[in-house]
Unconditional design. Structure first.
Length: 520
């Protein structure tokens, strides 16, 4: 028996900001902007919907493996979502976060969920079990002191500087190598490459503020090529930066194929379908410009599938496709379902589908289970392996509820119901205006309020957004347009869901509103 038969390769591909509307094999009307519009929300025109994309590789991938229709992001912001993916824990458990918000205080979960070298994550465990590990793409979990150092280094470069100037390139290299060097030490990665330390839009110089999917994919293919004869099994984590908001066309059109966080390339990577061919295929299909971004992402994913086949590892590799969080419900506990697809030849039967309740915190334990690794005691998982579901095995109940947590909001999904609780901590009302900040209240780890509008039009997406308590029957109202919390007919259900939420919150380190005091 070969090592690959014992321990399969694992590729985890994570898109940026993706709802069901981003992949053709999902029903776009079930969640996201398209779902909200189709549910009758009057604040967005029908032209704002996204459908009829070209995602042939992802559609074929879904048909050849596993597809979940009920997989939840536990915290709809890049940083906490990615923490949950890599650790199998709820974001507020981050030791670094607990230094910012001490246990038993109310915690604003935002872009402040850092990962430290002392924590156990999925890459560390796999490496300890003989895997060769690689990371290419976006890392959004630097501790605040590292994040601020990187920001200061980048901000010191003039925004309008010429990135090809030798002095400017020296500063760019120092900034980029600081980020890469930090990740190479103590996080479980044998190889770290093509790193975006943040979203590219604010990068200095301005010319580098561009998404370069081809550059990231080239790094992923390099890792596979360099290890094609390795006797070790491989774990490759590919968190790309696209689409980064809904498909709309301009991100693809404005992205410079020569611009990278490490500086300007001499030539564009040639690892995917040429961009002009993407434009032509979308035009030939009679689709709008936003479809270019869908095909771009699809082709990036497909390039990795092609490489696995080329190096003879397709049959020995479990590939997982998902995203960090939805688009329409960013910075809220609304909606939350996101794509989750997996293929494992010979193990996952083609066409396997599941509506069982799953969550991001289940991903790390599932990967370790696929790899046949024991979970270290210090990993303190909140999730559980869903490998039996992937394999089509009869599972009486994987889980009966999932907690969602983001900013000053918490939610509980259980059966056909969803309960949302929004609470400001007692120090906030004096410095924040709910009509300007929504339930975010504060946006930085130092509690300084920097918002002057409700994030991402949340108050227009959900009629009951400003209510402290909300109750939805998500089987009949999956896009959460009809709050039932004030209907006396559902008072008993509301109380039951509050109690379930409290039971989950009681397991975590931080307080939340009156729940701890009242015992709900």
């Amino acid at each position: 028996m070969t090592q690959h038969e014992i321990k399969p390769n694992i590729v985890l591909f994570v898109a940026e900001d993706l709802d069901f509307e981003g992949v053709n094999c999902y029903d776009a009307a079930q969640t996201g902007f398209t779902g909200v519009i189709r549910a009758g929300n009057p604040n967005f025109p029908e032209m704002y919907t996204v459908d009829n994309l070209l995602t042939p590789a992802l559609d074929g991938f879904a048909a050849s493996g596993f597809k979940s229709s009920n997989y939840y992001c536990v915290s709809a912001i890049c940083t906490p979502a990615r923490y949950a993916i890599l650790t199998g824990r709820y974001p507020e458990r981050s030791p670094h976060f607990c230094e910012i918000y001490p246990p038993h205080t109310q915690a604003n979960i935002y872009f402040n969920i850092g990962m430290t070298r002392g924590e156990t994550n999925v890459a560390k465990v796999l490496r300890q079990n003989g895997y060769r590990t690689g990371m290419v793409g976006k890392w959004h979990n630097f501790p605040q002191h590292i994040k601020l150092r990187l920001k200061d280094m980048n901000d010191a470069i003039p925004k309008d500087a010429n990135p090809r100037d030798p002095g400017v390139q020296k500063a760019i290299t120092a900034w980029y190598e600081t980020a890469v060097a930090y990740l190479r030490d103590g996080f479980g990665w044998d190889s770290v490459d093509r790193v975006y330390y943040d979203n590219p839009e604010p990068f200095h110089p301005r010319a580098l503020g561009s998404h370069n999917l081809e550059w990231i994919i080239e790094g992923a293919l390099d890792f596979l090529e360099q290890n094609r004869d390795s006797t070790a099994s491989l774990f490759l984590y590919v968190p790309v930066t696209t689409p980064h908001s809904r498909y709309r066309g301009d991100i693809f059109d404005q992205s410079d194929p020569l611009a990278t966080p490490a500086g300007m390339l001499e030539r564009a990577p040639r690892v995917m379908m040429p961009r002009q061919e993407i434009v032509q295929r979308v035009a030939d299909a009679g689709l709008p410009a936003y479809a270019r971004e869908g095909l771009w992402l699809d082709e990036g994913f497909n390039a990795i599938l092609r490489k696995l086949k080329e190096i003879g590892q397709e049959e020995h590799t479990c590939v997982i496709f998902t995203t960090d969080h939805p688009t329409a419900s960013k910075e809220t506990c609304h909606l939350g379902r996101i794509p989750f697809l997996a293929r494992w030849p010979g193990k996952i039967a083609p066409g396997t589908e599941s509506g069982a309740l799953l969550a991001q915190i289940d991903l790390a334990p599932t990967i370790l289970d696929i790899a046949g690794c024991d979970v270290p005691a210090d990993m303190h998982l909140d999730g559980q392996s869903c490998k039996p579901l992937l394999l089509g095995q009869t599972v009486e109940s994987h889980r009966d509820r999932v907690l969602l947590e983001v900013v000053n909001s918490r939610a509980l999904v259980s059966g056909p119901w969803k309960y949302i609780a929004n609470r400001w901590p007692n120090y906030l009302p004096a410095i924040a205006d709910i009509n300007k900040t929504g339930w975010l209240g504060t946006a930085r780890y130092d509690n300084a309020c920097i918002r002057d509008s409700v994030p991402y039009q949340a108050d227009k997406l959900w009629p009951a957004y400003f209510r402290a308590d909300q109750l939805y029957h998500i089987e009949t109202d999956p896009c959460e347009q009809r709050d039932l919390s004030e209907d006396p007919a559902y008072a008993e259900t509301l109380t039951e869901m509050r109690q379930k939420l409290w039971a989950e919150l009681a397991k975590l380190p931080h307080a939340f509103g009156e729940f701890e005091r009242a015992g709900f």
